[in-house]
Every structure is written in C-alpha cells, then in structure tokens.
Ligand binder design. Sequence first.
Ligand SMILES: [Cu+2]
Length: 124
Amino acid sequence: MYKWIMSAVLTIACLFGVYLLAQGLPQKPHEEALPPGQEMLKITATNFNFDQQEYHVKAGTTYLVKFSNKLGKHGAEIKDLGINLTESNPSQVVTFDKPGTYELHCSIMCGQGHADMKSVVIVS
Ligand SMILES: [Cu+2]
C-alpha cells in the first residue's frame, strides 16, 4: 500500500546523492588542469587595490593569468603585454618573454580610487 512512498523516497535519495557528487567534484580538476609547463598567476581585485603590490613571474614561462573581483567591478590591464582581463573575460594564457617591470592597472572606471589602482608585474 505504501510502496509508492518507498520508491519516491528512494528516488529522492538517489537524486540527492547525484547532486552531492556533482557539487563536490568539479572543484579539484579545475585547479589541477593546467597543461604541463604552464603555471598560474592569480590577480584578485578589491575596491581600489589588487591583492598584491608586486606579482612575480618567471621569464620565458607560460602562465594562465586569472583575474577575479572580490569587491567592486574592476579590470586588470597590462598594456605593454596586451593583457586586459575583466569579469567577462577573466583569463588569458600569457608567455612572459621579456624580463622587466610592467605596470598593471585597473581598466574599468570603478570609482574614486581608480587612478591609483596600480600594481606591477615583475618578470625575471
Ligand atoms: Cu578602476
């Protein structure tokens, strides 16, 4: 008589299990999925600052440059290297060929602190 309840509960339990599996899994491969020889450079922006004053990268190495906003709406631009990352275009694969110091600045008019929102990327 209550057979349908059992199968309903079972179905819900199965769906929940699949949901948990789907939620838990994607995290890891994302971090590990860099091709061999490629490294990751993460740039995070908050209101009127990047998370580091200086980003250090190795010359001649290819990086997956990843940008994200923690607070506010910003962009990350390095004009000399042709890099312009925003929320809608948050990553780019870049090979830093030439050693040097490159200015990184915000590319989106974000407010009062915009003009001073600068860091440097040091390639050495
Ligand atoms: Cu800005």
